[in-house]
Design a protein around this ligand. Sequence first.
Ligand SMILES: O=C(O)c1cc(C(=O)O)c2c(n1)C(=O)C(=O)c1cc(C(=O)O)[nH]c1-2
Length: 250
Amino acid sequence: MAQTREQFEARLRQIGAERYHDLHPFHDRLHGGSCTPDQVRAWVINRYYYQHSIPMKDAAFMSRVESPDLRRAWRSRIEDHDGTAENEGGIRRWLRLAEAVGLEPDYVASCEGVLPATRFAVDAYVRFVREKTLLEAVAASLTELFAPKIHANRIQGLLKNYAFADDSSLSYFRNRLKEAPKDVAFGLSWVLDHADTQEKQDAAAKALVFKTDVLWAQLDALSAAYVEPARIPPGAWQPHEGLARQRKAS
Ligand SMILES: O=C(O)c1cc(C(=O)O)c2c(n1)C(=O)C(=O)c1cc(C(=O)O)[nH]c1-2
């Protein structure tokens, strides 16, 4: 039997409480100030791959939607990342963060040096959204229910612990605090409306679990490669690569 709306929402929130990547030890290091400058750079480089894939994921989603109303509600996600005439967009803001931590923005935007496991995880998310039902695709985006808390913690932790952190370098996260609530309110009510059988609820819950795995796997890969005993896979970023010019000299 299907759960009530309230029960099903509680089930989705429980998945976040148990599995969201705010629980990953790499985030404790990052927010607590224990990351070296190179570990922060590795995080910025790899996380860029996620950022740059999100609008492609949303475009893949929209290409399958037949309802103009749903496309209209969804399209601001692409603009939030790619920007508009008035809004520089999340991808440029992320590259501002890259510059602030001493990386060459063009190097980061090239996606060279991204860890293989980051690529596999993020590409799997894009493929998931392309191939699964619309319900599963929207449900997978609901990890954003849990993102505002981690963004707020990150702003606070980075400002306290790292010299590069200021209003400009952290503007990506401040903007997400404004943008994400409307997306997630829409996505959650759409999932609660459309998951009207037990089978659909199970599929939606499984999609959200899959997405928590996509996020967790990226931090596992980052930790294995760049936290002692560090083991950087062949072809992945080496700490002397992609640095902004003034840093190369030092
Ligand atoms: O910093 C984070 O922990 C975090 C997590 C997530 C997420 O939960 O997928 C997103 C974001 N940030 C984010 O900034 C973002 O734009 C975003 C879009 C999506 C999505 O699945 O459509 N997730 C996330």
